[in-house]
Write a protein that binds this ligand. Structure first.
Ligand code: UDP
Ligand code: MG
Length: 345
């Protein structure tokens, strides 16, 4: 198969329930675009039959490609794997659960080509199908993120979007350890447009985003884009110093009046407050230090166990294509360790 013009990257984690519905809705849309395409199904270490089902479906749908990650690496890492290995001039990322309508892909492509845009965001116009809790937390998340990244980030833009090849190459060249695409994409500043759609209910199966993963995504989003939380320590310290000055006067006056025995409550409060403030600041510092540590370790966010494209090529006796993630990373230590040997003179 020649290099496809469009890639559709779909991260999948235990999505066997929704897979047949997804295929039956996605395929007519893509076949109707009148251009070559590939569907990159990234199996994110599913423990159900997702990968086996995709393999079976490939017999009838040659444009379907399976990339299996060796273990569950998370939604954003699965998208990274798909982006790194996609080949199209345009790449659409889409959730597997049909909450984002595949029909919008045609409109996204049309808009990108008509206005030469590098990004077309799918923006959720109506989230009535989400729970009140999901809507409330999402609203808070977007407000915070727009504050951090600026208004370039459209409110309500999730991971359903179309990117140009130039944009995908730019994203793949970033050294991010834990990329959060909904922030990185607007941050790069490429020309963008949006297509508004109605967010539907998950077609089948259950959400793969429990509260813990939502919190992780939020922490990753904040810590990877701003060091402002570290200033909390300075503010709390300043506040503490101010309170201390006031309290010192009070304590000295009380001492002069001989009224020094009561005060257990205030003492406990001060100790507890300072202890909590210090632990919060330490925890915040830990988040950043942890990220520096992971950055230095430079371990890849995912490992590909299987790529049906590479296997098809091998079977045909053709060379495997080069992907952004191969070799995974230059071996920095090895290069610098023997650099002196190769220095001329
Ligand atoms: N997903 C993934 N790895 C994970 C969690 C989720 O690849 O560890 C995929 C999942 O299969 C789906 C997409 O990410 O295609 C979004 O997940 P989900 O729809 O469950 O999230 P929600 O819409 O509930 O926020
Ligand atoms: Mg979903």
């Amino acid at each position: 198969m020649a290099v496809p013009r469009l890639s559709v990257v779909i991260p999948m984690y235990n999505e066997e329930a929704v897979l047949p519905l997804l295929v039956s809705r996605l395929r007519p849309v893509l076949d109707g675009l009148g251009r070559t395409y590939e569907v990159v199904a990234v199996d994110d270490g599913s423990r159900d039959a997702t990968a086996a089902m995709v393999t079976l479906m490939r017999a009838k749908w040659p444009e379907l490609r399976l990339i299996r990650l060796r273990r569950n690496s998370g939604h954003q890492a699965a998208i990274t794997a798909g982006l790194h290995r996609s080949r199209g001039d345009h790449v659409v990322t889409l959730d597997a659960d049909l909450q984002d309508p595949p029909e919008a892909i045609a409109e996204m492509l049309g808009l990108a080509e008509a206005q030469s845009l590098d990004i077309v965001y799918g923006v959720r116009g109506d989230r009535a199908s989400d729970t009140a809790f999901k809507r409330g937390t999402a609203d808070l998340y977007y407000r915070l993120m727009r504050h951090i990244v600026g208004n370039r980030m459209p409110s309500g833009a999730g991971d359903f979007r179309l990117l140009s090849r130039a944009m995908v190459d730019a994203l793949c060249s970033l050294p991010e350890q834990a990329p959060v695409y909904r922030l990185l994409v607007p941050w790069l500043g490429f020309p963008s447009g949006q297509v508004v759609y109605t967010r539907e209910k998950r077609a089948a199966g259950t959400s793969k985003y429990p509260l813990a993963k939502m919190i992780n995504l939020t922490v990753d989003s904040i810590v990877s884009f701003t060091a402002a939380p570290l200033r909390l320590g300075i503010w709390l310290g300043g506040l503490g110093a101010l309170a201390c000055a006031v309290a010192a006067v009070k304590v000295l006056v009380a001492y002069a009046q001989g009224a020094v025995v009561p005060g257990w409550t205030s003492l406990s409060l001060v100790v507890l407050f300072l202890g909590a403030a210090q632990l919060i600041c330490l925890g915040l510092l830990g988040e950043y230090v942890g990220r520096i540590y992971r950055g230095i370790q430079a371990r890849p966010g995912y490992f590909v166990g299987e790529d049906s494209l590479a296997e098809d090529r091998r079977a045909d006796g053709r060379p495997e294509p080069d992907f952004h993630d191969e070799p995974v990373r230059p071996r920095r230590a090895a290069v610098s360790a023997d650099a002196h040997l190769r220095r001329p003179g």
